[in-house]
Ligand binder design. Structure first.
Ligand code: ADP
Ligand code: MG
Length: 200
């Protein structure tokens, strides 16, 4: 079972990995964006880690809804509301249980990813974070956290040949082809942090 501690570890592992990769995320956002993705997420997840430490929510749902709210209020770019919605909606789907099974979490995360698609209007293949998140939730159902990590990483790499149809990168039209999407790359970090939180 996954308890509130597991979800706190997920968020702190994400914050640490975003810290380590911030420059790379910003570099990916420079040819097809405005070179702020790393700094946006670094600011957001640092604030998430600090809030979770201070408020110490004691259910999985409360950890994720608080984290999502914090991202929405600290990240100005498109990715703040999108990641914030992902975590808030996932947290809401977990309800107020003290611990949840991996299957319950997989189902909740799917609801979260669906909410991101509704909010941002992106579908798979549009060269966004959705291209890492959808394969990850599919794999999570089947093979657990390590399978989800591999699927998210492959999904992020597979954005390179795509033409962006959502977000800033879409303004470039065909010139967005040939660059890996920064948001899909950070989504792969978020998913990889699950395996880390699980001690894999
Ligand atoms: P901004 O584009 O406002 O500068 P960021 O640089 O922080 O925001 O995030 C850019 C990333 O957000 C993109 O690489 C993409 O993955 C994701 N993104 C942008 N728009 C959408 C959308 N409508 N739906 C899903 N993801 C999106
Ligand atoms: Mg940007």
């Amino acid at each position: 079972m996954l308890d509130a501690d597991f979800f706190r570890r997920w968020m702190t592992a994400t914050a640490a990995s975003v810290d380590r990769e911030a420059e790379r995320l910003t570099a990916l956002d420079s040819p097809i964006g405005d070179a702020d993705h790393g700094s946006n997420l670094q600011r957001g997840f640092r604030a998430v880690a600090a809030t979770l430490e201070k408020e110490a929510p004691d259910t999985p749902g409360a950890v994720l809804t608080l984290a999502g709210r914090q991202l929405i209020s600290t990240v100005g770019g498109a990715s703040g509301p999108l990641y914030g919605t992902l975590l808030r909606r996932t947290g809401k789907a977990l309800g107020d249980a003290g611990a949840v099974s991996e299957a319950e979490f997989a189902q909740a995360l799917r609801a979260g990813v669906d909410a991101v698609m509704t909010l941002g209007g992106a579908a798979p293949g549009d060269k966004t974070m959705i291209d890492a998140l959808v394969p990850a939730v599919d794999a999570l159902d089947e093979g657990g956290f390590t399978a989800a990590r591999t699927a998210a990483e492959e999904g992020a790499l597979a954005t390179t040949p795509l033409q962006a149809r959502k977000g800033r990168a879409s303004y470039l039209g065909e010139r967005s082809i040939g660059h890996q999407d920064p948001g899909a790359t950070s989504s792969a970090l978020l998913v990889a942090a699950l395996a880390e939180a699980d001690g894999e």
